[in-house]
Structure formats: C-alpha cells, structure tokens
Design a protein around this ligand. Sequence first.
Ligand SMILES: O=C(O)CCC(=O)C(=O)O
Length: 297
Amino acid sequence: MAKAITGDYSYEDNVGSALVKGVPEEQARYIAQRYYRYDRLADTRFDGGDPMAEEHIRFYKEQGYLVVDNLIGREEVEGALMEIGDIIHERLPGPKIQFFKPVDERWTSEERELAVRKIYNYVAYAPRLAALAHHPALVGRVERLLGERAVLVGEQGLLKPPFGGGEKPWHQDMAYGGLFFKKQIVTVWLALDEANLENGGMHIIPRSHLLGGVPHFMIRDWQMCDTHVDVEKDVAVCLKPGGALIFSGLLQHGTPANFSPFKRRALQFRYAPASVNLMSREEFKRMFTGEMMDAEC
Ligand SMILES: O=C(O)CCC(=O)C(=O)O
C-alpha cells in the first residue's frame, strides 16, 4: 500500500501546483502495476482533419473525453518543444518552472532539462505556446463542447523525463485550486512526444465525469484515494506527437511513472465556460474533500 506523505499540507497552500514527491523506484513500480491497467486502449478516435460533428459532442457527453489524432501539425509540435527549451534554459524569462531535483544536482544543460517536471504561466511570454493555447483547432472544439465562449484558465507543460519521471496519481482537474468552477471545464492534453504505455501516457476512467466530484486527499499528491479508483475500468490513451486527449474537468485520470528511456512531454490547457463562476469554499469542500462527508483514505 502506498505510504501517505504526512505534513502540514492544506489544499490552499498548493493551489494549481502538483507536488512532485520523490517516490522510491520499487514503490513507483508497485503503484504502476497495482493502480493502472495496460490492456485496454482507447479505440474510439477522431482526427484533427475532421470537422467537429454532433457525433463528437455526443461521445464527449457520454464518455467524458475525446481522443483527437493530428490535432496540431509537426511544425507546431517542434516550435512548442523549441520554446519549452528556451524557457528551461532561461532564454525566455517569465514563465514558472517546477524542478523535482535539488538545484545543486542540475549540472549540465541536459541534466537541467531532465530535472524539470513542469512549466507554467507561459502564455504571456512564449508566443508559440500562446498560439497553441488560442489555436482554433483547440478552442473551436472546446467551445463546441462547452456550448459557449471558452476562457483559458490554466496552462502547463508537463515533462516526464525518462527513467523515473514521476507519477501523477488519479485525480479530477477541478479538484485543484482555481479550477473549481460551477460547471465542468474542459482540459486539452496535447502530446509533444509519443505518449504510450511505457513512458507515462494518460489513463482515464471513461464516464467517471458523470459521477460528479469525488474526495481528494494529500497522499503522494493531491489525489483520489488509490483504493477509490475503479481500476478495472482504466483505459490507456496512447497518442502520437500532435495528438490530444480532450476531457472533462471531472473525468478521473492519472499517469504512471515513466520507466522508459524516452521523454514524455505534453502541454495542458484548461478552458472554462465564459459565463461561469467559481464554487464557494463550502461547495468545493463538499465536492472534493473528505471533510464534509467524513470520507477517509
Ligand atoms: O501529464 C501528466 O503526467 C498528467 C497531467 C495531469 O493530469 C494534470 O496535471 O492534471
């Protein structure tokens, strides 16, 4: 069983930041085997070249996600990777960088790159990444799903380095600070490398958005209790660079650690319906914490 990280965590202290905690390899491998399955792949796929049809919207409403291959092109993927490099090596100052290794271990330029887990708040500084955040292929689809104008409410680059890039445990995006809106938000998770079963690609529980918010706990991260996840229903989403998983802010999802020799880099954009407000603190607690319903992990 995963050992809980104890401490003075409160969800307000960590709004918007996934904590990357060092988990020993043996435990990470145990978690990857016990809490994810690898034999069911998302097989209903759409293509970025196809116009968004009623069928897409129906599928999204029922299942809580859409897999869209070729959402953006090779040049856009390469431009994004170049700009991420510029951010990491501080040629493009402004965005925030989250490292998962101590500063004094980041010796070479390659080591520095491999020590980054996340970049965020980059849209104001990085023109190519900003162009993707506002790309009609993304925003047009999201607005069809939301049924109204979309507002960008989150932007991250999620870099899962080879040989042990950390797990992002099962969670719902709307359980995170600043994202607990009164209506479901939509996340676009855009693969910049191939994301697959070996390198920490996405896993989802289809239809779990229909269950509403579920309690989250501070364990390895701000996450669902491992034993509350219906792992039998896990479907893995493999993507080529430029492909995307578009999903509801209530869809349960997670990514196991990357034990492969390959990088797994992705961008994530979150969009809220323009007309909607955040929940109150009480509403948030009722929906996403164990506190109000005495749920325990
Ligand atoms: O890219 C990942 O590893 C998971 C990202 C994710 O689900 C999140 O940050 O909400």
